[in-house]
Design a protein around this ligand. Structure first.
Ligand SMILES: [Zn+2]
Ligand SMILES: [Zn+2]
Length: 580
């Protein structure tokens, strides 16, 4: 009885009773695609299909077959049957004839149009990747296919002997131009465009390096022995270590450093002209140069978040100019992170237009939504030099927005936070409004940290992040309903209650959660505040009920077993964390 009451309460709190449909259905009239397991339609590609167009056709064919058992033929346009319903994929003559235009304004980099015509449906992307994304959108919106996590276990394919297609006229522009949540096949099906591959071939944005690249651009091994002056002076000495990612900062006012870093960046771009985004950023950690020339560029009196902002803003602009001369279309990703999170104060500061600013939401709050006033000094946090409330992050975001159209947000929905201590990291309550907030504040690219081994613990975060990154307008209540219903089937309600118990506990605890406050060791100190005995009790109740309900269903019980693994890890982790 108690569980049922809690379930009803949680349903009211986090999932509105009538969430509505996730997607609007196609309109009348409907044509037959498959009837009684027999195909009535065909998939048409242009006369000389590209690899991506072929792949789009084979994905559509394969999923129609998985749903209905019918394998629709894939034919080139000149060979098509003129009677059958036709899916026209990519740059077909039919798409041209129908006047389907592809443009940046309505489709972004890789959006698409799905448009019904008398003989069938045109699927045409802004580019070839967009056509493939159009196919995935078609399968998801109108045929209820879902990719909840990588592999067969994550796939949801309904079974129908009869399939129809109605009238559609949808031109879609992705919410972010640069989208990076997850990797490879799963990410591709979520319509991400960074680190997405078909086989071994990269089909997304050509992207070089993630972050922290000083050591790549000026390796100490190559330069230090002869030119120690290229490296940062710390405590009066210019020394380097073996680390490839931390320390080993550069003396960014040395003219030779500026010249060589520019040359080395250009050399990488010369060697691979397809690169669209390349990263220029200090190594992680501290150790910035203390020489007189470097220090003279800093702004005395500013806080920790602006300690090195000005010197790096100047350096970044100098390198950007050198790269622009040779590779004007490449974006150079630089950081707005930690001790250089804030822009410099110079009234005349203008970043070069080929810079792409990565704003890391690390030393700010993960528990209160952006745009809210949830972070309260003395109440939800005790002021600390390396923490700022989200209200301040929003201000910084707006300041950068006024300076550059190219902003990229780096989020921590995954391996950071309490997950570092093997605890769950329930953040759907902030993601659901933060990702739309980023889109509404002009952010161009979105990324969240990820770890492919933690799907059992963080799968819901990954899934919601990817869905909103692609489409920030999705109704999140409907998205969650859809997730629990399709992923957990008969165990939907107890599984919803399990996850909502964690989300609600995080919200009710109401503290600010951040590396800047609780330290880099995974915020484990808040574990006991969130995963209290009553919350663990409620989670256990949901889990045990789900296990009973799915005992005879192979796929569902395998999914519930992942939650069991998460629960057991949580229990073990809590036992190891001191209560004080
Ligand atoms: Zn220096
Ligand atoms: Zn907060």
């Amino acid at each position: 009885m108690r569980t049922n009451l809690l379930m009803i309460l949680s349903g009211l709190l986090l999932s509105s009773a009538v969430a509505g449909a996730l997607y609007e259905p196609a309109g009348e009239p409907f044509a037959s695609i498959v009837v009684g397991g027999k195909g009535q339609a065909q998939i048409v590609t242009p006369a000389k299909p590209t690899t991506l167009e072929q792949f789009a056709a084979s994905e559509l064919q394969s999923y129609f077959e998985k749903i209905s058992g019918a394998k629709l033929p894939i034919v080139e346009e000149s060979q098509k049957d003129s009677v059958r319903y036709t899916f026209f994929l990519g740059n077909t003559r039919r798409a041209l004839q129908a006047g389907v235009a592809t443009d940046e304004r309505t489709m972004g980099r890789d959006g698409f149009t799905l448009r019904s015509v008398s003989e069938g449906l045109i699927v045409l992307g802004r580019n070839q990747l967009g056509t493939l994304f159009g196919v995935y959108e078609l399968l998801e919106r109108y045929y209820d296919v879902r990719w909840f996590m990588p592999g067969d276990i994550g796939e949801y394919v309904p079974q129908h002997e009869t399939l129809k297609m109605g009238q559609v006229n949808l031109t879609y522009k992705p919410s972010f131009r640069v989208r990076w949540v997850g990797l490879d096949e799963w990410a591709l099906r979520q319509r991400m465009n960074v680190f997405v591959r078909i086989g071994k071939k990269n089909v997304g944005i050509k992207w070089k390096w993630n972050f922290h690249t000083f050591s790549k651009l000026m390796p100490p091994k190559k330069y230090y022995a002869e030119y120690p002056e290229y490296f940062a002076m710390v405590n009066g000495k210019r020394t380097v270590t073996d680390s490839k990612s931390h320390g080993n900062q550069l003396c960014t006012t040395n003219p030779d450093v500026i010249r060589i870093v520019g040359e080395n960046l250009n050399a990488v771009l010369d060697a691979d002209p397809d690169i669209e985004i390349i990263t220029l950023s200090p190594n992680d950690g501290g150790g910035f140069c203390e020489c007189d020339k470097c220090v003279a560029l800093d702004e005395p009196g500013r806080d920790w978040f602006a300690k090195y902002s000005r010197r790096l803003a100047i350096f970044n602009n100098q390198i950007a100019k050198l790269v622009k001369q040779k590779h004007p279309d490449v974006l150079i990703k630089v950081g707005a992170y930690a001790m250089y999170a804030r822009p410099p104060l110079d009234a005349d500061y203008r970043p070069e237009e080929n810079l792409f600013f990565q704003l890391c939401h690390l030393y700010f709050c993960h528990n209160h939504p952006l745009g809210s006033k949830g972070c309260k000094a003395g109440e939800t946090y005790q002021p600390s030099k390396s923490f700022q409330p989200n209200q301040e992050f929003c201000k910084i975001l707006d300041q950068w927005k006024d300076l550059s159209p190219h902003l990229f947000v780096y989020e921590y929905y995954t391996i950071g936070g309490t997950s570092r201590s093997n605890l769950p990291w329930p953040l759907v309550h902030t993601m659901r409004s933060d990702i739309p907030y980023y889109r509404d504040h002009g952010v161009e690219g979105f990324y969240s940290q990820q770890d492919g081994n933690l799907w059992h613990r963080l799968g819901l975060n990954y899934y919601v992040a990817a869905k909103l990154c692609w489409n920030a307008d999705l109704n999140v209540d409907a998205l969650l309903d859809d997730y629990f219903e399709k992923f957990y089937g008969s165990a939907a309600e107890p599984m919803r209650d399990y996850f909502m118990a964690m989300e609600q506990s995080m919200q009710q605890w109401n503290g600010c959660a951040s590396y800047g406050l609780q330290g880099v060791n995974g915020l484990r100190v808040i574990g006991h505040k969130i995963f209290t005995p009553p919350v663990m009790q409620r989670m256990r109740g949901g889990l045990e009920q789900a296990e009973q309900l799915t005992a005879r269903e192979k796929t569902l019980s395998a999914r519930v077993a992942m939650v069991r693994k998460m629960f057991d890890e949580t229990k073990t982790a809590l036992e190891k964390i001191p209560r004080k």
